[in-house]
Design a binder for this molecule. Structure first.
Ligand SMILES: [Zn+2]
Length: 249
């Protein structure tokens, strides 16, 4: 079975991150038709994005409060562009803060999660401050790694993960199938000094592939391992994060 078939993240189409960033504009009705078609198709196969959309829909009013007309700078950006970027970044920020609150309620690693929320808030400010520059800001170029996923549970099938080193932490993008439908799975990143940090949660979708962006508040260089564990704490999927080669120059 080809995992990509049910995710909509086909070669040449928008990346999963780009699709996720469309959720805010979709909720605000600010998404052009072709992108909406692509996003709707992706939502059919992606439980994570559907969950995000469900959380975002009631927040549309909050997102509209991010007013691009009040951005600093000499030239006001086109309003539609401002709404779209503010919505995308604001949506990401709102979702992350809500996730953080959920995690905090469970009393887990509050101090680790706070910098993530702070980074998200800073990202909103940065994106809006950058808007008056002529073109929309390009995605920063970062060194992605493709690393092999190792299923520990024989029911799980997965190929490679994309690992993205951010300034605020590390992101693991994976596509895998065979997780028990409806069961909760957690991502965990182990650090060089032996700490286990949360990297988000998702619901299993059975034979259907699940596409996940898991994020933890630890730098790539300090992370040594990423695992997916089930509700009983058993490891079902493993990803070694070997020391990175330092680029020359
Ligand atoms: Zn998705």
């Amino acid at each position: 079975m080809n995992a990509d078939d049910s995710t909509g993240a086909r070669r040449g189409g928008p990346s999963h991150r780009e699709l996720r960033e469309m959720l805010g504009p979709l909720v605000l009705g600010a998404l052009p038709a072709p992108e909406e078609v692509a996003l709707r198709a992706h939502l059919d196969g992606c439980a994570a994005c559907r969950a995000d959309l469900e959380e975002l829909a009631p927040l549309a009013g909050d997102l509209l409060l991010v007013d691009p007309d009040r951005t600093p700078g000499p030239v006001a950006p086109p309003r539609e562009l401002g709404v779209r970027i503010a919505a995308a970044v604001g949506a990401e920020s709102v979702l992350r803060e809500r996730r953080d609150r959920r995690e905090t309620r469970r009393g887990r690693l509050r101090t680790v999660l706070v910098p993530v929320a702070a980074a998200a808030a800073a990202a909103v400010v940065t994106a809006i401050a950058v808007l008056p520059a002529d073109p929309p800001p390009a995605a920063p170029s970062v060194a992605f790694e493709q690393l092999p996923l190792r299923p520990v549970d024989p029911a799980v099938s997965a190929d490679t993960a994309t690992v993205v080193p951010h300034t605020w932490g590390v992101e693991v993008r994976l596509v895998a199938s065979g997780f028990d439908a409806g069961a909760t799975y957690r991502g965990v990143v182990r650090t060089r000094d032996g700490r286990l940090l949360p990297a988000g949660e998702f619901l299993g979708t059975g034979a259907k592939a699940v596409t996940c962006n898991m994020q933890a508040a630890v730098l790539r260089t300090d992370a040594v391992d990423f695992t997916v564990v089930d509700a009983e704490g058993r490891t079902v999927l493993d990803l070694a994060l070997p020391p990175k080669a330092v680029p020359r120059g």
